[in-house]
Design a binder for this molecule. Structure first.
Ligand code: PMP
Length: 299
């Protein structure tokens, strides 16, 4: 991977290469951390971070679920994110805040375990190909009664990794996970939408991550008077759609060519996917004044 110069660790900037942890870090063994994925973009007004406040809110929410007490007020952590982008002179890229149980306690009860926080940034132009071939996974999304499905907890990502390994191993680009009820849930790191007769549908909250890109797409659709429904989707109905796409901070808006080799009604990316992707890309680059409030300028 292409790194940058500094990583913010527990309040200080350290050289990228020196940003290390002890091998007995609690989170390394048990996944007992929470993180965010945020992007910043070059705009005419300088570098801007997309929906920073919402990402920080979700980080603190995720932390609260694991009883991780982030030792900074939100405003201070937010400032540290901005400072990390600035210090590394990153123009466009990805921002990864992480808060986790550190070294000093190997027991599962986390009382008294130290909490550590870091913020890394790096250029990450494309996470997925512009159009992906998808496999419906044999792994189901984590049961909402096994965890807090709406929290971005490190350990959850083993489920995503297994689905990705399976999909890539069978010659696909990305996985699609169903939930315990057999409804379509989401990708390993993306939310999912379909388009049918110019109407959008996306799985409801409950077994998915409450994606900030998903929320942005829903708001953009409402503003453009595109009908949008949050409703349970069966795979057989999804396969009859005109278009389907993934969305997420890393993936942005990515057209889906096919699921299990079955193509959609329209060649991907279809017209609705393209329209929403173009609107999203304009917004994140500060080219749409209506959504300026979603941008936090770095300088
Ligand atoms: N679902 C999962 C499981 C994810 O990891 C992500 C990426 N954070 C998303 C959906 C999309 O969320 P967001 O739009 O907030 O990046």
């Amino acid at each position: 991977m292409k790194g940058t110069k500094y990583i913010w660790m527990d309040g200080k900037f350290v050289a990228w290469k020196r940003a290390k942890v002890h091998v007995l870090t609690h989170a390394l063994h048990y996944g007992s951390g929470v993180f965010e994925g945020i992007r910043c973009y070059e705009t005419e007004g300088g570098v801007a971070i997309f929906r920073l406040g919402e990402h920080v809110d979700r980080l603190y929410y995720s932390a609260s679920r694991l009883k991780i007490k982030i030792p900074y007020p939100k405003w201070r952590f937010t400032k540290a994110i901005i400072e990390t982008v600035k210090k590394n002179r990153l123009k466009e890229g990805y921002i990864r805040p992480l808060c986790y149980y550190g070294y000093g306690n190997m027991g599962l009860p986390v009382e008294g375990a130290p909490v550590n926080c870091s913020i890394a940034v790096w250029p990450w132009p494309k996470y997925l190909k512009p159009v992906v071939r998808v496999k419906a996974s044999k792994f189901i999304r984590i049961h909402p009664k096994s965890t807090y499905a709406d929290a971005k907890i490190c350990g959850h990502y083993v489920n995503s990794i297994l689905a990705s390994i399976e999909a890539k191993g069978s010659g696909y680009d990305e996985a699609l996970l169903l939930d315990y009820k057999g409804n379509v849930a989401e990708g390993p790191g993306e939310n999912f939408f379909i388009v049918k007769n110019n109407q959008l549908s996306t799985p409801p909250l409950g077994t998915i991550l409450k994606g900030i890109t998903r929320d942005s797409i829903i708001r953009i659709a409402r503003d453009q008077r595109i009908p949008i429904q949050e409703r349970p989707l069966k795979l057989r109905d999804v396969l009859k759609a005109d278009e389907a796409f993934f969305c997420g901070t890393a993936a942005e808006v990515t057209g889906i060519d096919s699921i299990n080799r079955k193509r959609f009604g329209m060649a991907a990316p279809g017209p609705m996917t393209t329209k929403l992707r173009d609107t999203y890309i304009d917004i994140v680059h500060g080219r749409n004044n209506k959504y300026r409030r979603w941008l936090s300028y770095v300088s």
